[in-house]
Design a protein around this ligand. Structure first.
Ligand code: BGC
Length: 727
């Protein structure tokens, strides 16, 4: 199949020095697991990893982390006794392609071994989107200039490390006939069992014998063949992977799934997966005509979101680095609700619902956190894993090896309102009343209870306040009255009252049940109303310029241009303490608020705050969450050139490793922010009751921008610039 370039991510050189970055870029997955783009034959220093949703285990310092599952990739051709290795011998040609259309990762190589035997290899792999437990590798080898012996080793490797920890102990391993081996492991603390089983078939060549390598926790199948110049050999390695989160007996389940996969064969599995992808793209694709780079990069980012979203599991959510790397240990942040979720809410509401259900299931952890800190209700963890308990490390090693205290887990409280915000946004966009009645309302009400207990009364000011927090701009710690936090808390309380009123009307039994269980007395509700009417939000005199927090305007001013050229963040430059003395932001804070509550802040307010805060934001080297939001806001303000500049900066974050940390995994919040920048920024989509409006600000060279979305169960089609601006 020849593929249009915008659907392909291509690499034409083998980059041993950028191994880890490229492993991230070529991550594949299927919403159940993600596998980094490590080469099948393995290289010294490579970082193979497969992450399965929900597969957590306790870890020192970081509390708990997503476990690196046994590596299912190992596939090593040995040519006349020489192991295929692109860093030895001569690499005559090389090309790797990620096919975004169906998630197939393909490599074509021509390689001459040190002894002078030349082979052409084509190796491809995919994780089936049609059957989450199935993975497959196909390798075709042509000996070009020799007759000889080809050995193919296909195995499973249980020596899968996390950066500081090994999480597994071996339960069992074995073989079932000549062509199949399996590996049965269990995590050390959480006790989750996992089984991988693999099956190898070969066609072409003259079969000599089949054996097994039974190394500890690394079983493999070895096929030896006589091969002749010019005659291709093809091998299929099919793998099944199951954990005790889905099955009682993981070994027999994995083996029977593998048996089913064998009957369908590689082609059958690929076809089913390709069909599943076609349905996915039918809904989720966005086309940008006139700008191949933007079109391709956006599609790549959406692909990464689609492979990371839990499809069959409502007890998992997308971690900050998706399922593609060790960064942030698989923990879930506000990145999911505020940056990624809108894409799913409007394109794949079923998947958005799964991720919101994850917050419902982790309410017990959120309640424990509130209680431990002396508050009522539910207070979501800044970093969340399987139980919802706080998993932010209290200390991390700093640049000089000293331990740095991390405060976000203690005082970055806005996450609690962010979760409520995502629930209400989902409800409004989908009209999923059943979700709101059965689950969402409980979250919004219990988070409101938290805020009710969190505020403090300031007698001198005669207003409520929220003190000692970190807002979205994490350069400033322990601040009072962060405008974002205060207004979002107030919004959380307002929506709790509205939802309770709706529930009383539409489902009085449920309302009564929640009122009793969450102790929503009249006194509590009046307390909420008083806070709503009287919560302090700092602003400059009587203007619409918000003050990021108490005393922000009195901090030293800074001209970021004076620090150019630089390659590090302002925090790295000025130090953790130093940066707090200045009006410099890691990422949008007040502007983020104005974006989220865009229905209530008009364009004049946005312009005024943009003029103040945008030049003070460390947009290039601060948080990767910033550029897509700046793109969106600049587009809304009609500053299309600036918007496009930020947009492309965000779009290339992982493909070009612009921040130098793509090795740690995909910047999933950036991916979600890009979708929002296109749809809510460049296209200017706004929901209005049962319809919508568009206020496009397209970059002039975009000939066409086309996408679809769901609104209250109905599918809408947008094609700009020709569309009417109403739907
Ligand atoms: C950002 C946070 C974000 C976290 C995980 C931090 O650097 O400041 O806003 O949630 O990274 O992506």
């Amino acid at each position: 199949m020849t593929e249009r370039n915008n659907w392909l991510i291509t690499e034409t050189r083998f980059h041993p020095a950028a191994l880890h970055h490229k492993e991230t870029v070529f991550t594949i997955g299927n919403g159940y697991l993600g596998t980094r783009g490590t080469f099948e034959e393995g290289y010294p220093g490579d970082r193979p990893a497969t992450f399965v949703h929900g597969l957590f285990d306790a870890a020192p310092l970081v509390n708990t982390e997503l476990v690196n599952a046994p590596n299912w990739l190992p596939f090593v051709p040995v040519i006349n006794g020489e192991r295929f290795r692109m860093d030895r011998g001569t690499l005559l040609s090389y090309r790797r392609e990620l096919h975004l259309r169906n998630g197939l990762l393909k490599r074509t190589v021509c390689w001459r071994s040190p002894a002078g035997h030349t082979v052409e290899l084509r190796i491809e792999r995919f994780a089936s989107l049609a059957d989450r437990h199935l993975l497959a590798i196909r390798c075709r080898i042509i000996p070009l200039d020799f007759d000889g012996i080809l050995e193919l080793r296909a195995g499973l490797d249980g020596h899968a490390l996390n950066p500081e920890c090994f999480h597994w102990h071996l339960e069992d391993q074995g073989a079932c006939g000549e062509h199949t081996v399996y590996l049965h492991m269990r995590t050390r603390h959480s006790g989750i069992a996992l089984c991988e089983a693999c099956h190898l078939t070969v066609s072409g060549g003259e079969e000599m014998n089949w054996t097994h390598l039974d190394c500890d926790a690394a079983p493999a199948i070895v096929a030896s063949l006589k091969v002749r110049a010019g005659e291709p050999v093809s091998a299929d390695k099919l793998v099944s992977l199951v954990t005790s989160r889905e099955a009682g007996d993981v070994v027999s389940t994995a083996l029977s799934l593998l048996e089913g996969a064998r009957t369908r064969g590689y082609d059958g599995l690929l076809q089913a997966s390709t069909e599943a992808w076609a349905q996915e793209w039918d809904v989720c694709d966005i086309t940008i005509e006139g700008d191949d780079q933007a079109d391709q990069a956006l599609r790549y980012n959406l692909f990464q979101l689609l492979i990371a979203a839990p499809r069959h599991d409502d007890r998992a959510s997308i971690p900050a680095k998706a399922l593609s790397g060790f960064g942030y240990r698989g923990h879930v942040f506000w990145d999911t609700e505020i940056f990624m979720l809108p894409f799913f809410t409007f394109m794949r509401p079923e998947l958005a619902r799964n991720m919101l259900m994850y917050r419902y299931h982790t309410l017990p952890g959120a309640r424990r956190k509130a209680q431990e800190q002396g508050y009522a209700g539910a207070m979501f963890a800044w970093e969340s894993a399987d139980t919802g308990d706080e998993t932010t490390p209290r200390f991390v090693p700093g640049p000089n090896g000293q331990l740095v205290r991390i405060w976000t887990g203690d005082i970055e409280h806005h996450i609690t309102a962010d979760v409520a915000y995502a629930i209400v946004q989902y409800w409004q966009a989908t009209g999923d009343d059943a979700f709101m009645r059965d689950y969402g309302a409980e979250i919004v009400l219990d988070t409101a209870r938290f805020w009710g207990s969190r505020v403090e009364w300031n007698q001198a000011r005669a207003q409520y306040e929220i003190n000692d927090v970190i807002g979205p701009d994490e350069y400033h710690e322990h601040v009072n009255n962060n405008a974002f936090t205060n207004r979002m808390a107030q919004w959380n309380l307002e929506n709790a009252l509205d939802i309770l009123a709706w529930l009383r009307l539409t489902c009085p039994d449920k309302a009564a049940e929640l009122e009793t269980r969450l102790e929503l007395t009249e006194e509590q509700l009046s307390h909420w109303r008083r806070i709503i009417g009287n919560l302090y939000i700092p602003r400059h005199n009587a203007t619409s310029l918000l003050e990021q927090f108490d005393g922000f305007f009195a901090l030293g001013d800074i001209n970021l241009a004076d620090y150019e050229p630089r390659t590090v963040s302002m925090q790295a430059l000025l130090g953790i303490e130093g940066v707090q003395q200045y009006q410099v932001l890691k990422q949008p804070d007040v502007l983020m608020l104005l974006y989220l509550l865009r229905e209530e802040y008009d364009i004049a307010a946005l312009r005024e705050n943009w003029a103040y805060y945008a030049p003070r934001t460390d947009i290039t080297y601060g948080s990767s969450l910033g550029p897509a939001i700046h793109a969106l806001l600049a587009a809304r303000l009609g500053e299309v050139d600036q918007a496009y500049h930020y947009f492309m900066h965000a779009a290339r974050t992982d493909l070009d490793d612009t921040r130098g940390n793509a090795a740690d995994g995909i910047h999933a919040a950036t991916a979600g922010g890009l979708w929002q920048a296109v749809v809510f920024g460049f296209a200017g989509l706004r929901m209005k009751g049962n319809g919508y409006t568009l206020a496009p600000h397209l970059p002039p060279h975009w000939r066409k921008l086309a996408f679809t979305f769901y609104h209250r169960g109905k599918r809408a089609y947008v094609s700009l610039p020709d569309d009417e601006t109403q739907g």
